[in-house]
Design a protein around this ligand. Structure first.
Ligand code: ASP
Length: 320
């Protein structure tokens, strides 16, 4: 069996600037710790898909991020979560849309990978959770509930919840901010997988479908794998994840694919970010939003994108 250097990149959302320096320090610590755990699993020879599921579960359990525990509330005060998973080696997508009261939406997407019906929404998702005897779980945190109560007091003037939940005394940017989680892994056998999990934009109309459990937000084949975050409607309009993967499949380098796609995104006034890996082990990211909360492990270095300034930026890390 060929042995490839495993690589990992994860994200915890994209949006407008985070304000507090202490918050950046905490988020950096959380993201780096999870990127390391996923990398160590990949280093032991675990498959890309299993590593992705581990990373998504850890991020879903971290209340700072808008997925699983700590998911944002929708306009009716309910949490509905979505997750997409794609195994690049089989080029196979599975997903769960608008599921409530489960701890790890990614587990349902993982269960659906070999199924003949591979994308289930609300009613079907609830049925599946019941069938699998998944215990009911309440993902609402106090911070997210307070955020929703403040939004209601302001007659829902903000279009989306914060990229990370904030207490009332923290300076909340009046502009919409988002968050979601994503994990991309290249395993030691050279196979790629990607997963994305989200509570949605926050404060949205019940029934709205996020990009995360669609090929616009989560896509992979044997050559590249991409997870997106940001305004789902913008991600869908660009069909961003699939667009990047197709460009790499058609011969562009991952750096060129990101540069081209993010130049188009700027032109079109989009607000989002994406992380990716190529089968060659190049780690890539891009954003039009102010911040992209991403961390990566190359096998040699642990890095992150938290210090990047506002504006459109793309980057590739390739240290062999
Ligand atoms: N893309 C997600 C959505 O629109 C939100 C996010 O990434 O923060 O549902």
């Amino acid at each position: 069996m060929t042995h490839v250097q495993p690589k990992v990149i994860i994200h915890g959302g994209a949006g407008s600037s985070l304000g507090h320096q202490e918050k950046i320090i905490t988020l950096r610590e959380e993201l780096r710790t999870i990127a390391e755990k996923v990398y160590h699993k990949a280093e032991t020879g675990a498959g890309a898909r299993d590593c992705v599921v581990l990373g998504c579960r850890l991020l879903e359990d971290a209340p700072s991020f808008n997925a699983g525990t700590g998911s944002v509330l929708q306009s009716d005060g309910q949490v509905r979560m979505s997750a997409g998973l794609m195994d690049g080696s089989h080029q196979r997508f599975s997903g769960i849309i608008n599921v409530s009261r489960v701890q790890h939406p990614i587990d349902l997407a993982d269960y659906l990978q070999p199924a003949c019906d591979r994308i289930l929404s609300d009613l079907g998702a609830a049925e599946l959770a019941r069938e699998l005897n998944i215990p009911p779980f309440d993902p609402v945190t106090d911070l997210r509930l307070q955020e929703w109560l403040r939004a209601r007091a302001n007659h829902f003037q903000r279009e989306a919840a914060g990229v990370v939940a904030e207490a009332e005394d923290e300076p909340v940017d009046a502009e919409a901010r988002r968050g979601t989680i994503g994990v991309v892994v290249l395993d030691a056998a050279g196979q790629l997988a990607v997963g994305t999990s989200t509570g949605g934009k926050g404060l949205e109309r019940p029934g709205r479908v996020s990009d995360s459990a669609t090929p616009a937000g989560t896509y992979a084949n044997a050559l590249a794998a991409v997870s997106c975050t940001g305004i789902g409607e913008h991600i869908i309009d660009e069909c961003l994840a699939a667009r990047l993967v197709v460009r790499v499949s058609d011969g562009l380098s991952i750096a060129a694919a990101f540069e081209k796609s993010f130049a188009e995104a700027t032109e079109n006034g989009r607000d989002f970010g994406a992380i990716a890996l190529s089968h060659r082990g190049e780690i890539a990211w891009g954003k039009t939003s102010d911040v992209l909360l991403a961390a990566y492990h190359t096998g040699k270095t642990l890095g992150d994108t938290l210090d990047l300034g506002p504006g459109t930026l793309t980057g590739v890390v390739d240290d062999g």
